[in-house]
Write a protein that binds this ligand. Structure first.
Ligand code: NOJ
Ligand code: CA
Length: 540
């Protein structure tokens, strides 16, 4: 078992703009984030993923980059960033940043030049066509706003290609100069000392007529090229793939262990929510059974929520309808093919369900990531635009603007949650630090417990038959440790009988409580749980 930091770490996604404001302009920034590093270290976070922090018109949360080599002036300076990085490292926290390779903002210098004429040296940095009929087999991702993947540019009399918003032209990876530019950008940030990248929208780099224009062999070849550079020059750094794809397509992004180190497990996420609502763990078992083995050195990233909508792109139409009906009862909760809501309100504010879902996530074969604010059960504001409703200011205390900023409320990057159930007066870090039974203290402990269970980061998984659709059980195992995990996805007490003959005679310890449990006598083992109960049972 080779130890690798990225397999072990518990991750935390930060939206710097909304985390902590240090200069009272209403926008979170790097000095602010730096001042909150002790909080993150205390929580036990091992690696931060920063949403894009580059100069940008911010028409897509910063995923519309206008300069890959600087920091957005609202967030601070490059020196502020370097100071933050050093302070994070001093606390043993790694930092990965978002790398948006597929597209730039239309305000990027390259695109502005490209618009000047077809002879401009930058014109070929983007993908152009004389008509909008090319690549007709390609789906549109942002169906709420876009009607085509092509937009006409008057100045050159051609259409440019974009998989996302029309203000985000796709880069042309068939141009060797674009490949070189991106490799230079990769080196630029790794030279500065960051620990890797979350690579945005990776399936879409290349286009070929007659295909879906996703996951093309050319795209994989370019990823291998990046990985080769990283292995040779920055062997400690990690690459994480954002590819919203079926399990088989995801597997390809690991290559033979020579592409991504990690990839989000998109297929699992909606199935965990489905299991909870249906009080039936079959969707989770099904997806785990479909999850392929991945090359040595690779790891899944397991998540429940992030800064985007809870995406339903890779579930069946029937499952999609079920999810929308149960988790998005109001129209404004829907976004594209998903649900723009936060974890706690999705779970109807039920802390016990939340704890069980997190316990399940943490035991899955991968590394877990927490979306900022979800550790205190922050709420959402479905009246804000696009996905802003899940990107509101972090709630630190019950004071002005939830402790996020001293600016006037109307100057904040986004309004603080006002819903009486979720506003800072009810949901904030300071309060939850003081209350032993809070969600925050639960997660802090869960992170510590996971750190002690190497089988979670490195072990195999074997699903056990429970004879009860409300109960999921599996064994996580390495050569020298065995953890049997059991979860009740219903609000009612449940029991199950596990067949554990291979562990006959073994003593059991429940890891979260540290309590001794009955030994495994004979072959079968009875487990009883209260509603949303769960156990991590380690054999001794
Ligand atoms: C994926 C990001 O997670 C999302 O926020 C963004 O809108 C799209 N990529 C387009 O850049
Ligand atoms: Ca600020």
């Amino acid at each position: 078992m080779k130890k690798q930091w990225y397999k072990d770490a518990v991750y935390y996604e930060v939206n710097v703009k909304a985390f902590q404001d240090s200069n009272d302009d209403g926008i979170g920034d790097f000095p602010g984030l730096t001042s909150r590093l002790d909080y993150l270290a205390d929580l036990g976070v091992g690696c931060l993923w920063l949403m894009p922090m580059y100069p940008s018109p911010l028409k897509d949360g910063g995923y519309d980059i206008s300069d890959y080599r600087d920091i957005h002036p609202d967030l601070g300076t490059l020196d502020d960033f370097k100071k933050f990085l050093a302070e994070a490292h001093a606390r043993g926290i790694k930092v990965i940043t978002d790398l948006v390779m597929n597209h730039t903002s239309d305000t990027h210098f390259w695109f502005q030049e490209a618009l000047k004429g077809i002879d401009n040296p930058y014109h070929d940095y983007y993908v152009w066509s004389d008509n909008d009929k090319k690549y007709a087999g390609t789906r549109i991702i942002f169906i709420d706003t876009e009607t085509s993947n092509w937009t006409f540019a008057d100045s050159v009399g051609q259409y440019y290609w974009h998989r996302f918003f029309s203000h985000q032209p796709d880069l042309n990876y068939d141009n060797p100069k674009v490949q070189e530019e991106m490799l230079d950008i990769v080196r630029y940030w790794l030279d500065m000392g960051i620990d890797g990248f979350r690579v945005d929208a990776i399936p879409y780099l290349f286009e070929r007529e007659g295909t879906s224009n996703e996951n093309l062999p050319e795209t994989h070849a370019f990823i291998k090229r990046i990985r080769k550079v990283m292995d040779a020059e920055y062997p400690q750094a990690m690459l994480l793939a954002e590819a919203n794809q079926e399990p088989e397509a995801l597997l390809d992004f690991f290559g033979d262990g020579d592409e991504f180190h990690m990839a989000y497990h998109f297929p699992l996420m909606p199935r965990m929510f489905m299991a909870l609502k249906k009080k039936d763990v079959s969707p989770v078992i099904e997806v785990l059974n479909k999850t392929p083995a991945i090359p040595e050195g690779c790891q899944w990233m397991m998540f429940l929520r992030n800064h985007d909508e809870l995406t339903l792109e890779i579930v069946s139409t029937e499952e999609q309808e079920y999810m929308l009906k149960t988790y998005a009862p109001e129209n404004r909760m829907k976004s594209n093919l998903g649900i723009r809501r936060r974890l706690m309100p999705l779970l109807d504010g039920n802390q016990r369900a939340n704890q069980m879902m997190n316990a399940m996530l943490f035991a899955m074969p991968g590394a877990p990531i927490i979306y900022y604010g979800d550790e205190i059960g922050m709420g959402e504001n479905i009246h804000l635009n696009d996905r802003d409703g899940v990107r509101t200011p972090m709630q630190w205390d019950a004071g002005k603007n939830g402790g996020f900023s001293n600016a006037a409320a109307h100057n904040l990057i986004l309004p603080v949650i006002g819903d009486p159930l979720y506003c800072p007066a009810c949901v904030n870090v300071a309060h939850q630090e003081a209350v032993a039974s809070s969600l925050l203290n639960f997660l802090k402990k869960l992170i510590q417990v996971r750190k002690g269970l190497k089988a979670f980061a490195y072990g195999t998984i074997e699903i056990l038959d429970t004879g009860n659709v409300r109960v999921l059980a599996f064994v996580r195992r390495t050569a020298d440790s065995v953890v049997i995990c059991v979860f009740n996805v219903s609000a009612e007490a449940q029991w199950c009988l596990l067949s554990l003959s291979s562990y006959a005679g073994k003593k059991m310890r429940e890891c979260f409580s540290g309590a001794g449990f009955p030994s495994v006598d004979g072959g079968s083992y009875t487990v009883m749980m209260e509603g949303y109960g769960w156990y991590y049972l380690e054999t001794e």
